[in-house]
Design a protein around this ligand. Sequence first.
Ligand code: FAD
Length: 487
Amino acid sequence: MSRENFIEKLKRGDIFDVVVVGGGITGSGILRRLSMSGLKVVLLEQKDFTWGTSSRSGKLVHGGLRYIKQGQIVLTYHSVREREKLLKTYRELILPLRFAIPLENNSFVKKAIYRFGLFIYDLFAMKKTANYVSNSELVRDFEFINSSIFGAYTFFDAVTDDVKLTLQVLFEALEYGALAINYAKVAEINKIHECYKVVFEDEISGKRFTVPSKSVVFATGAWIGEFNPSLSIRKLKGSHLVLPFEKMPIRYACAVFHPKDKRPLYVIPWNGFVLFGTTDIDYGENLNSEVKITKGEAEYLLEALNHWFPKAKIDSKDVISTFSGVRGVLNTHKKDPSKETRDYILKVKEKMIFVAGGKLTTFDYISKKVSKKIFSLLNENPANINFNKFENSSKKAVSVISMFDKLFWDSVEDNYFSKVLKSSFVVHLDDLMIRRSRLGLTNLDGGFECLNKKKGLIMSALGWSDEKYNNELKRYKSVLRYYRLNG
Ligand SMILES: Cc1cc2nc3c(=O)[nH]c(=O)nc-3n(C[C@H](O)[C@H](O)[C@H](O)COP(=O)(O)OP(=O)(O)OC[C@H]3O[C@@H](n4cnc5c(N)ncnc54)[C@H](O)[C@@H]3O)c2cc1C
């Protein structure tokens, strides 16, 4: 199972049932469902798998409590139900996470609103998690929180690593015979009789290949407008800060409101670090280059952090890294970007499906809807499909993915390091450092010391010369600037 091997298979010219364009969570989820259903499918991603929004999310698998306040009850219901299902399917990758919502005063009305919202939220999940904690308990759990806080409501949501989850889902599809190629940009689609000819550019060889297919799914998120300009998409950018746990020791997550515009923000413990975000602003720049936090966004986030956690005294020097992503949402021209719906958009044109929006959390819900559409477009009968297998995760894939965090540990044997590297579709050094090991996000120096130790192994596993390795180092350094506040 390798990129080269998949390209060789494509050269045979077989006709596919479906080509999925886009290697984020949505495309991977659709690929998984379709391949498990026995269809012949291939996924094409223009950069690295998860390079788009699916490596830059807030990492929450959640219902979205705030959507209840916005009246998006159906979206919240489906998201909570999906959260519950995914917690069971992906036990190793998605973990329950307790949240506190601190109260700035003892307002009866505010407390009643929270109680009602949390009651609905828990009702959807069919379990009681909501609780009230006093100021003293809160100060014990959040050492640096503003001590004038009155108390807090707590409840449970869930957290993941978006890259790992997406790759897990993708690898499961591959186990069922799907193909997936990264650095394969779809450049053109032509329809000849009833067959689509999907032309992609292979970044590595510089060659163009054509894949014949009965149907095409565009799961290209914020890029969807490039393939279907009639869709009215609003591109919204969100940025997060990664902070050292020692500077922000928190026992669980906290949902706070920005002191100025009252937008909700989350501070969450993640992989031994703390994430804080997100901003939510319109984005008009080139989607194909890396996205970077602006000075204004960083100031906005630090202002909120210091309002709620003044004793932590966080400033820009404490920020280890940042990451920014752009999502495409249905444009209803709301003044406040955060009020635009996070529901998904699905359009069908002949035998092409365009899907965008949605959430990491609802990927399988969306995949199910798209798969059903595909079956009806292809006149296939899903009657023989064993839908139970969709509820199980693959242990084989988990064993590779769970290694990503530990990859650079001294205890990892060289053979094992090479094996994981070869089977995780690493093409560039930034794939390895930002989206497999995550050292680019969690290590102040970007992990160059670790890289140095493994240089020989990386070169032999990936077949790189000295010159290639040095070029990759240069490339990684320039990508890393986008993940640094002062890069
Ligand atoms: C700041 C932020 C925070 C978020 N936080 C959360 C959260 O906490 N929980 C949650 O549930 N959701 C969250 N979301 C939403 C979630 O991240 C997205 O809904 C999800 O990642 C979208 O996945 P996708 O696969 O549709 O898009 P993407 O992940 O963007 O994938 C689309 C892919 O298509 C590729 N592509 C584009 N053009 C081509 C082409 N021509 N050929 C081949 N490939 C192409 C792109 O390179 C890209 O990788 C957040 C979003 C943002 C922006």
